[in-house]
Design a protein around this ligand. Sequence first.
Ligand code: ZN
Length: 412
Amino acid sequence: MFEHLSITPCEDITPRQLVDLMKAGHCVQRSSHAGNWSTYKLLMSQIGLPDCIWDVTCVHRDVNNQPQYRLRGGEKLPLVPSATTLHDEDKTKYLTPYHWTGENGERQTLSHFHIAPLKKMYGGIITTQSQVLLRHKEKLARVFEIVQTYRPELLGRYVLPCGCMVKMEDCHSFLTAKCNHNEARVDRKDLAATALGTLTELETLVFAPHGYTPKGGPLYTFELVVASFYLWAYWQFGDRAIYMLSGPDMLGYATKPAFIQSIQKVLELIGKHAPDLVPKRVEAKIVPVTLFRFGYPQQCEVSRAVMAAHEAVREIQGVKRKSLHCLDIQKSCDVAISGILPIIREHGKKWDLFHDPSKDAFFSQHDLEAMGGGMQICDGYLDTTFNTMKRLLATMPDNERKLFRKLIERKP
Ligand SMILES: [Zn+2]
C-alpha cells in the first residue's frame, strides 16, 4: 500500500554529488523537452547525467526550448512553414513529436530533428519518457488498466494525427476527440490498450519517424505522466530517493501541496490494486539545475575568453574586498578590472552567460554539433552548490554593469 509522497527542493548539492549519486544507483534524471538545448543542459549531458525527455510537449508553450526554430550561429531559423500560426488562440496544444520539418526524403519530426544530434553526441543517456516506460510495458499496461477501470479521466487526452491534443468528450460507450482537422473515437474498454499504443507511436515519432504516418490516440494526463515517472523510477532503481533535475518551471509547481496531493492519489490508487508495482514511499528531490551555466564549448575561443573574463572580474573583486586597508592594491584591482570588462562587453553577445532561453537565440546543440568537440566545465564549478551558482548568477550582471559605469564610462 502506498503511504507517502514527498517532493522537496534540493539546492544545496553540487553537480559532482549528483554524478556520485547516479553512480551509487539513485535515479538522477533531468526531464527535458525536445527543442533547442541551452548551456546548462549541454553541460549536464557532458558530465554524463541522463535526460529523460518528456515527449508530450506542446510546440508553442515550450518557450524555453523554442522547438519550432533551429537556433544556430546566433540566429533563429523557422523549421515549420506555419511557425507563426502555431499559437495558443484556440487553446489547442500542438504536440512537438507530431509536427514535421524538411523536404520529402528528409522529412522528420521536430522532436527527431532536435534529439538526433543529442543522441549522436551523448548516446544512451538521452531517452524519452515513452521509451523508458515501454521497457516496462507489462507493468505499465497493468497501471493503465487500473486507471481505465477506476479513474479513466487520467487517460482523458487525445492526440489527433495532425498533432492537435484535445480533451476527450463522453459519448455513451465511446469517448470522442475532435479538432479543426480530424476527429476520432475510442471504445471505453480499449482505452488502456490504445493509450499504450500511443506511447509506441510517440517513441517512433521521436527516434525513427522517417516514412511513418501517425495515427494518433489517447494520452495520459499530466498527473499520470508524473506518477508514471515515479513508478518507473521504482521499477528501475528501487525505492531510493529520486533526484529530478529541473528546468525553470518544475520547482515552482511540483513542490506545491495541491500538486503533491494529486500525484499521491494516483499512486495510492495503483498501490491499492497492484501493491507489487508501487513502493511504500516516494522521496523526490528537485534540483534547480538551470543555474549550471559555468562552462563553454571546447572549440570556441570567444566563449572561453568571456567565461574567463567573468571569473577574473569576480576574483579580483574578492582581492579588492580583502584589501580595504591598502589603497594601492585597490587601485591596481580597478585597473585590472577595467582592462577585462571590455572583453565581456565586446564578446558577451556571442557568449551571453545571462541569456534568456525564452527569447534569445542562444548557443544550442545544433551549434555544438557543427563545431565539434564537447562542452568544458569551468574549474571548481563541479563542486559548487546550485544554491551558490544561483546567488552568483543573480548578482554578476548587476555588479559588472556597475563596475563598467564606474571604471570605464565615468572615467575622467
Ligand atoms: Zn488538428
